[in-house]
Ligand binder design. Structure first.
Ligand code: HEM
Length: 148
C-alpha cells in the first residue's frame, strides 16, 4: 500500500507530533514555576508541594520522553533526507540546542523550588517564560521557509 510506503513522511509526522508534545510541556512547566514560586513566597506549603508533584509528573510523562523522541526523529530525518549539508539545519540545531538547554534550566529551577530556594524575581521568571515561544518561531521558520 502506497500509504505505508513513504517512511520519510511517517517519520516526519511522528517528529511533528512529538514537537507538539514537547513545546506544549515547555509552555506549561515555566508557568507552573511561577505559580509554585508564588505559593512558596506566600507560605502556602501544601500548595507548593502540589506544584512539586505536578512538575515531576509533567517531566516524567511528557517533557523527557517528548524531547528524546524529537531529537531521535529529527536526527533520523536529517540523515534519511540527506539534509546535513544544508545551512537551515545547522541554524535550526543551534536553536534546538538552546531550547534543550532551557529545558534543563527549567528542570533545575523546579528542583531548587522543591528545596525551598527561589533565586529569581517573579518578573524575571515571567520574562524567561517567553523563551520557548521565541525559539519555536525561529525553528519553524527555519525548517519551513529554509532561508539558507
Ligand atoms: C532535535 C533536533 C531536530 C532535528 C535534527 C530536526 C530535523 C528536522 C528535519 C531534517 C526535518 C525535515 C525537513 C524536510 O523534510 O524538509 C524536520 C521537520 C520539521 N521539524 Fe524538526 N528537527 C529537530 C527539532 C525540531 C523542533 C524542536 C521543532 C519545533 C520547535 C521542529 C519542527 C519541525 C517542523 C514543524 C518540521 C516540518 C517541516 C515541513 O515538513 O515543512 N523540529 N526537522
Amino acid at each position: 500500500m502506497a500509504v505505508l510506503g513513504n517512511a520519510y513522511l511517517w517519520l516526519l509526522a511522528a517528529h511533528i507530533l512529538f514537537v507538539i508534545f514537547w513545546i506544549a510541556g515547555m509552555f506549561m512547566l515555566p508557568r507552573y514555576l511561577v505559580y509554585h514560586q508564588e505559593a512558596l513566597a506566600a507560605g502556602r506549603t501544601d500548595e507548593a508541594a502540589t506544584w512539586v508533584e505536578r512538575e515531576t509528573k509533567l517531566r516524567h510523562i511528557i517533557l523527557t520522553p517528548a524531547m528524546t523522541m524529537v531529537w531521535l526523529l529529527g536526527l533520523t530525518l536529517a540523515t534519511v533526507g540527506q539534509h546535513w549539508g544544508e545551512g537551515w539545519l545547522h541554524a535550526k540545531l543551534a536553536f534546538v540546542l538552546a531550547l534543550s538547554g532551557y529545558h534543563g534550566w527549567a528542570v533545575s529551577y523546579a528542583k531548587k523550588l522543591a528545596r525551598g530556594e527561589a533565586r529569581l524575581s517573579g518578573r524575571t521568571l515571567r520574562m524567561i517564560n517567553e523563551v520557548p515561544a521565541l525559539a519555536a518561531v525561529a525553528i519553524v521558520i527555519l525548517v519551513v521557509v529554509k532561508p539558507f
